[in-house]
Design a protein around this ligand. Sequence first.
Ligand code: FMN
Length: 312
Amino acid sequence: MKTRITELLGIEYPIVQGGMAWVADYHLAAAVAGAGGLGLIGAGGAPASAVIEQIKQCKALTDKPFGVNIMLLNPEADAIAQAIVDMGVKVVTTGAGSPEKYMAMWKEAGVKVIPVVASVAMAKRMERCGADALVAEGTESGGHIGELTTMALVPQVVDAVSIPVIAAGGIADGRGFAAALMLGACGVQMGTRFLVAKETNIHANYKERVEKASDIDTQVTGRSTGHPVRALRNAMTRQYLKLEKEGAGFEELEYLTLGGLRKAVVDGDVKNGSVMAGQIAGLVNRQQTCAEIIQEITDEAKQVMSDRCKLL
Ligand SMILES: Cc1cc2nc3c(=O)[nH]c(=O)nc-3n(C[C@H](O)[C@H](O)[C@H](O)COP(=O)(O)O)c2cc1C
């Protein structure tokens, strides 16, 4: 399945596994890479030494291309950015800010740079500063989110830039994949679907919550602080939203979510932790290997595209 993204990254299928903090370790990244997609290690807030170890382990498991997602607010972002160059990582995706200050260093080293954007303005800025491609991420996504839906964001970003665009947010099957291609994307990034992959090392309670989720089970906390996050509803989101309604301050709200994702992923505390997942969780109800996920989505996309063509 060739698109500008498979050609740019040297992968078989234009399917990217989101670089999810605490979730996307080297097991998952290597499994996705081995299955022909782009696997990403999610650096999140981890120290550089831990990310370096993850990269080493991933290299030991696969010789296919894989990448690292850097959360630019990480206090050790500089060291991680340097490690990417030193260790010959092929691709970097970036979130929570602009990667402009690392761009020259990465480009010189031949690293493909793919910022995650949630608006046309940011997309244009990233293209101007040398990005190789973009992830346009809609508000349906799990985790930190922007305002626009995938349906509205992707075609507007596609029209605004000439570099290839990967669609993210609310895509978990072949229909979503095909729809993204129709909107002009050259690939898709999925997070929620990969949460329940067999190779994903998260607590069984987390996987179970995602598998049992329905279409209306996510809530967005943090709109009042300017840092909206989508997660499955639980005691923590209910309390957060109550406090937000009462006008609680930033610090009180932050305290409630401190280490929330770790609590859910590592401890399996799905009541008080942050069980980040996207609106598409209602469609995600089976644990499969990454290879099965990628194969199924690709086959289904090809099928729906050919069925639609027959209808026209
Ligand atoms: C648990 C979780 C953690 C995430 N962490 C990050 C992150 O650290 N950096 C990032 O750029 N995106 C992060 N994301 C977003 C994903 O990479 C991906 O873009 C998003 O999940 C796509 O939408 P979907 O959930 O509808 O598939 C996270 C998503 C989830 C569900």
